[in-house]
Design a protein around this ligand. Structure first.
Ligand code: PLP
Length: 404
């Protein structure tokens, strides 16, 4: 067999559009919650591909679903439906509030579909100018022009003006601020139950209940962006299930495919018919390969054992992190739900989250940041306790570098 082309990390700078700054090693292989790089150095994976690899790496359930489907049918286009996508739609609707699903390939596309649906529902209402979208500061909804505009971090959108208009951003968890801008012209409110990229900040339950009431009062769609919080991440199948608030639209991606790209927008029979044949679409959305993998991953995660296991691991992580923090006094607060955990740096360490994850890499640990001041962990939902222990030991060595 011919040798594959030899590549190094510096080739990234040679050939790749520089929108990312990847670590200085290249992962080549993974198994469970461990990864190996080109030098065969081993890493514990607390990043989980940014809340994606819910079953870790190379889990037999995902590998078998992928390889079995790969020998049958990859893609037929949306002129035909297929068995895996219908099975996945049944799973998603039977296990959530939703009646109907639109499939796509990423979180941004799921939110794009949700926002377009809301605009269409607003148009169909006959209320003049019912196109306003209320979103929150610091929110993250993806990188398409519409979703980056809905997101609440101007640094991601301002360079691409003119932006889609009619989007109003107010402070997260500030119900009065939301009340001041939600009115008859509002077609949607979009919110993350836990702001992930924005720093692992949970929404207050009363805030979400208040948004639900305002959406009901003014006939606006309540969209929960569960791209990061969904598919067991918080210890419930979806985070809305912890809140007592039921959205009109829910978007899900990341963990849904366990590492295979797939996204979905879930909604009800009340709103789905506002999209009709040709209103919206995608080439790859709902393809058999992605749907078969997602179906297997979803079935594996949606069991009491796995979901309880996430809650158990949350406490295990917190105990270990609190013990570390008692020694080093680096974190002001450790927050989040399930296996979406954010460690907020004390003021004297502000801006140092990236240093910690770089040093963690040197010690053999993959970790994430969520803004400059928060170290974030989103590992596999089934990470073994011994891997948590080993990862924490490596984190300890990284924190020791910061503390001195
Ligand atoms: C990651 C993320 C997105 C974007 O998902 P992509 O698959 O990168 O397009 C949207 N919303 C939230 C809450 C996310 O965490």
């Amino acid at each position: 067999m011919e040798q594959p082309i030899s590549v190094t990390r510096s080739n990234f700078n040679d050939w790749m559009v520089p929108v990312f700054a990847p670590a200085n090693f290249i992962p080549v292989r993974g198994e469970g919650s461990r990864i190996w790089d080109q030098e065969n150095k081993e890493y514990i994976d607390f990043a989980g591909g940014i809340a994606v690899n819910a079953l870790g790496h190379a889990h037999p359930v995902a590998v078998n679903a992928l390889t079995e489907q790969a020998t049958k049918l990859w893609h037929v286009g949306n002129g035909y439906t297929n068995e895996p996508v219908l099975r996945l739609a049944k799973q998603l609707t039977e296990n959530t509030f939703a009646d109907k699903v639109f499939f796509c390939n990423s979180g941004a596309e799921a939110n794009e579909a949700a926002l377009k649906l809301a605009r269409k529902v607003g148009l169909d209402s006959g209320v003049a100018g019912k196109s306003g979208i209320v979103a929150f500061k610091n929110a993250f909804h993806g990188r398409t022009l519409f979703t980056v505009s809905a997101g609440g971090q101007p640094k991601y959108s301002q360079d691409f003006a003119p932006l889609p208009n009619g989007i109003n951003h107010v402070a997260f968890n500030d119900l009065d601020a939301a009340k001041a801008v939600i009115n008859e012209q509002t077609c949607a409110v979009i919110v993350e139950p836990i702001q992930g990229e924005g720093g692992v900040i949970p929404a207050d339950i009363e805030f979400l209940k208040g948004l639900r009431a305002l959406c009901d009062e003014f006939g606006a769609l309540l969209i929960f962006d569960e791209v990061q919080t969904g598919v067991g991440r918080t210890g419930s199948l979806y985070a809305y299930m912890n809140t007592g608030v039921i959205p009109d639209v829910l978007t899900t991606a990341k963990a849904l495919g366990g590492g295979f790209p797939v996204g979905a927008m879930l909604t009800t029979d009340k709103f789905a018919p506002h999209f009709s044949v040709g209103t919206h679409g995608t080439t790859y959305g709902g393809n058999p390969l992605a749907s078969a993998v997602a179906g297997a991953v979803f079935e594996f995660i949606n069991t009491p054992e796995v979901l309880e296991g996430v809650k158990h691991r949350h406490q295990y992580f917190l105990d270990a992190l609190n013990t570390l923090n008692a020694e080093y006094q680096i974190f002001e607060e450790i927050r989040g739900q399930g296996l979406l955990i954010g460690c907020v740096l004390k003021a004297e360490y502000a801006g140092k989250a990236k240093n910690i994850t770089t040093w963690a890499g040197e010690e053999g640990l993959l970790a994430l940041i969520a803004g400059p001041d928060v170290v974030r962990f989103t590992p596999s939902l089934i990470i073994p306790e011994q891997d948590i222990d080993e990862g924490i030991a490596r984190l300890k060595r990284a924190l020791a570098k910061l503390a001195k």
